[in-house]
Write a protein that binds this ligand. Sequence first.
Ligand SMILES: *Cc1c(COP(=O)(O)O)cnc(C)c1O
Length: 353
Amino acid sequence: MKIRIERTAQPKPHADESQLGFGRYFTDHMFWMDYTPEKGWHDARIVPYGPIALSPAATVLHYGMEVFEGLKAYRRADGRVQLFRPWDNFSRMNDSAERLCLPQLDTEFAQEALETLIRLDEAWVPSLPGTSLYIRPFEFGADPFLGLHTVHHTQFGIILSPSGSYYAEGINPVKIMIETRDVRAVRGGTGYAKCGGNYAASSRAGMYAEKKGYTQVLWLDGVERKYVEEVGAMNVMFMIDHKVVTPALLGSVLPGVTRRSCIQLLKDWGYEVEERQLAAEEIFTALAEGRLQEAWGCGTAAVVSPIGELSFHDKAYTINDFQIGPVTRRLYDELTGIQYGRLPDTHGWTKVL
Ligand SMILES: *Cc1c(COP(=O)(O)O)cnc(C)c1O
């Protein structure tokens, strides 16, 4: 499919790279294409960034028919721009879309569209340390009627946002609260899909945790409320008895690209990694017995985020003296090193544009 390009007549001024924040500024252009069962994907186009027209009855607005992805483009020291495992994001987007009965993408074309868009807006990729171009592909049902049905007209878009570090605190330890009232996902539900609805369901707990001074919540499984699952927008890992334990992917946990990358690196370094169910009680027992060395969250936005405090039923527990542990630090340095092209990419994870 050919991509039609309509350049903006009014390029925007760039924001100060030291004041970017996360997801607040957008580049000059965006990508769109449409899908109908009759025509398949069609009308691929890059147009000036701006509001879109949508029927007030559009399926996405009433029934939450939406899936999305999140990845980054990084500015290398040599000035070129590179992507990290973008094929994994588009393939996961198809898994998410399948769960919501949204149409499948041609993942190679989607990546070509992304690369074309980034090349056009390449000057927007920031270069200050810690900054990157956050990429948000998304797909939603746009049928203009309220009847409940599987989606026909679907729109796929990509927008780009030059961003700073995800957390204002940077790679400092964060405080996390184990959520005991709300649940995020259950097996058989949409937990493994990256869909907007999951975030809608999580927002109350997140807001409550924030009010109490916590950065995000750690979810428990939705059935027994016993096993830890993941943190807000990150997967989670614990180092117990010098082995790494991370919740297994049983349907309610998002299969993170960062999670997969961390597991690979840890195995490369000779660590044992257990993907299994992990009861909250097991974490606190290990902590009490001095067998819990480190805990961290991992996801594209924050990369690796050390957990310095974990609260459970209104009691706060400090992990590793609220310090960044050596394995957390090493994962952060190695991953960001590969992502920014400072370290050799021995796994074929990056694509230089
Ligand atoms: C996106 C996301 C993650 C992290 O996935 P990455 O591919 O590593 O960015 C973890 N949990 C949830 C709920 C997410 O939406």
